[in-house]
Each structure stands twice: as structure tokens, then as C-alpha cells.
Design a protein around this ligand. Structure first.
Ligand code: SAM
Length: 233
């Protein structure tokens, strides 16, 4: 392999936090730079779920030590990782899917590192938001990414009303057990507008449906929603 730019030099800088994007489903959606960084450049990989990330690491023969960093240990674990960085260790931060920091606990680690003047390097790659947006057919020149809306219907509808006023394309993450409630709220706030629902992107059962909110709601009332969802309004 020939690497031609300084950014392709896969010797990790000591005491640096690498924010490494990983696939959102299809394990071949990973950059060469991400593989090389995870493979040997860094001392440690901080993963949301070490068992989940192991599938990816095994696929590419990566044997770098891992440690967990997830929603319920993020406060104390961020302190531990910060100390490692201050000792001069280089750490890769990965999430279960896509780009760390986008609707996952990665943000807390990134913010802490910045607050302590730890150098950061982002290794870009997939993120579900962009993948869903481009396949939705909705205008892409400006959009609002809202991640997960509140799990309370009143708060969700309040937010949707604000987003509707704005007029931008809106991208929302949602879990399979709340997608019907989200569709009902979209229907109530926006009316029967054309939306797109992207499910299981890049995976075996990838499914992108475009149509009226009422039609998609009807479909998922008959067909049990499974997998990971993104709604684009
Ligand atoms: N950090 C990730 C990213 O860069 O997209 C997002 C993590 S967030 C905890 C997980 C949510 O992202 C899922 O509930 C779903 O809404 C969306 N998502 C992730 N992978 C997806 C996929 N393959 N297909 C559809 N949605 C996906």
C-alpha cells in the first residue's frame, strides 16, 4: 500500500484521542485509515460495546486492547481515559455504529479531551444521518439533524412544531419500538406529508420507503417494525 500524505502516516501521536468512524452495518464500509489506526497505531480502543466492536476488529485482524465506554459508565470511564491520554497513551474512540459523538456517548469524551487540551484527530467515515439523508430524496442543501426526539409525546410534538416552522429537511433517529408513535406525531403535526423511512441501512434487510406519513404508518402497523430506523421529513 502506498500512502502519500502526512495524514496517512499511521504512527499515532502520543496522548492523542482519535475519533474513528466505523461501519453502520456493512463491515466493509471502513476506511483504510480507520483500519490502520485501530490496528496498531493506537494503544487502546474505547468502545461502546467491546463485544460488538470485536466483530469488526476480528474481521480485520485487529488485536489492539479494548475497553468499554458507554452511556452508564461514561462519567467515571471518561476520567480513566483522560488519565491514560495524559500519560501519553493514544486512544481510538469508536461507537457501535458510525461516527462517535453523533447521538452516542462519544460526545462526553470528546468534550472532556478538549477541556484538558488533549489533541484530537477525527478519522471520518460513515454516519447513519448522512446515509439516510442522501437516499431519502429530500432536499439536502440544508437540513436539521435532531437525533432522537424526546420519548414523551408532548415534548416530541412541541419540537416537531418548531421544526415544521423552520422548513428544513429534518432527520430523526428512532428505535423500532417507538417508530409508530413518532409517525403518529409526524402525521398530527405536519399533516399527511411525504416522508422517507430508512431502515437497516447498509445491512442485509436494508429498506427505504418513501411515501405519505399515513401510508408508512399503515405499513408498520401491519408489519412489525424491526431494526434501526431513521425518519426524514
Ligand atoms: N453514531 C451513530 C451515527 O454516526 O450514525 C448513531 C448512533 S445512535 C445511538 C443509533 C441510531 O442511529 C439508531 O437508533 C438509528 O436511528 C440510527 N442508525 C444507526 N445505524 C443505522 C442503520 N444501519 N440503519 C438505519 N439507522 C441507523
Amino acid at each position: 500500500m502506498v500512502y502519500t500524505t502526512p495524514a496517512d502516516n499511521f504512527v499515532a501521536m502520543p496522548g492523542t484521542l482519535y475519533i474513528v468512524s466505523t461501519p453502520i452495518g456493512n463491515l466493509t464500509d471502513i476506511t483504510l485509515r480507520a483500519i490502520e489506526t485501530l490496528k496498531g497505531a493506537v494503544d487502546l480502543i474505547a468502545c461502546e460495546d467491546t463485544r460488538h466492536t470485536k466483530i469488526l476488529l476480528d474481521r480485520y485482524g485487529i488485536k489492539t486492547p479494548t475497553t468499554s465506554f458507554f452511556e452508564h459508565n461514561k462519567i467515571q470511564k471518561a476520567g480513566y481515559l483522560l488519565n491514560k491520554l495524559k500519560e501519553g497513551k493514544s486512544i481510538a474512540l469508536v461507537s457501535d455504529a458510525g461516527t462517535p459523538g453523533i447521538s452516542d456517548p462519544g460526545y462526553n469524551m470528546i468534550k472532556l479531551a478538549i477541556d484538558h487540551n488533549i489533541p484530537l484527530v477525527a478519522i471520518p467515515g460513515p454516519s447513519a444521518v448522512i446515509t439516510a439523508l442522501v437516499v431519502s430524496g429530500k432536499p439536502t442543501h440544508k437540513f436539521a439533524f435532531e437525533g432522537f426526539l424526546s420519548n414523551k409525546s408532548a415534548a416530541r410534538k412541541k419540537r416537531l412544531r418548531i421544526l415544521k416552522e423552520e422548513g428544513r429537511t429534518v432527520v430523526l433517529y428512532e428505535s423500532p419500538h417507538r417508530i409508530i408513535k413518532l409517525l403518529e406525531d409526524i402525521l398530527e403535526v405536519y399533516g399527511d406529508v411525504e416522508i422517507a423511512l430508512a431502515r437497516e441501512l447498509t445491512k442485509k434487510f436494508e429498506d427505504v420507503r418513501r411515501g405519505k406519513a399515513s401510508a408508512l404508518l399503515g405499513h408498520f402497523k401491519i408489519t412489525r417494525p424491526r431494526g434501526e430506523f431513521i425518519a426524514v421529513i
